[in-house]
Design a protein around this ligand. Sequence first.
Ligand SMILES: [Zn+2]
Length: 177
Amino acid sequence: METEYEPSGPYVFKTGKYAKKALEMLMFSPRGYRFLYWLLRKLNQKAGNGERNELHKHIAWLIQKGKSRIATKICPYCHVNPVQYFSVFLNREYGGIGSFGPLCCGKEECLEKAESEDPMAIPALYHLDFSSLTRFSSTDAKDVVRLFREVFGLQGRLTKKEAFRFFKKEVAMKPAS
Ligand SMILES: [Zn+2]
């Protein structure tokens, strides 16, 4: 079994299109995230069962961490658990996000309440996971990033180091109950 990869700082590209950019910062840009996602798939194919280089390990680590961040916002229904889902009302005409719906934790009662918030429309629920960004158009994904920054308490200027610390933070991810 491979030893756990534990980076001590952000990974910064030295050359190429994203030279001097930190992977951690690309997580907060819809295009950047898509690029990382694509690059991870490519690196996985290339490496097969062989050795992974530093970049490969760092991207895999980051995308994994992006699935389990803990929100600073608390569920508006139970007032106990951190929010784990966000929802959107789709715009019927163009299919994109019409408006954001309620946020909630994963608890069944809370999910039910969130879904029945508006009797005329059922919101589409998404997990508060960075990979959700790949499910929206670039324009909509920008709004989702803004929402993430608010929900995770990362508003305002964000530095590479702060972004790294955010992804590095150990969290005991437990399903809402
Ligand atoms: Zn709740």
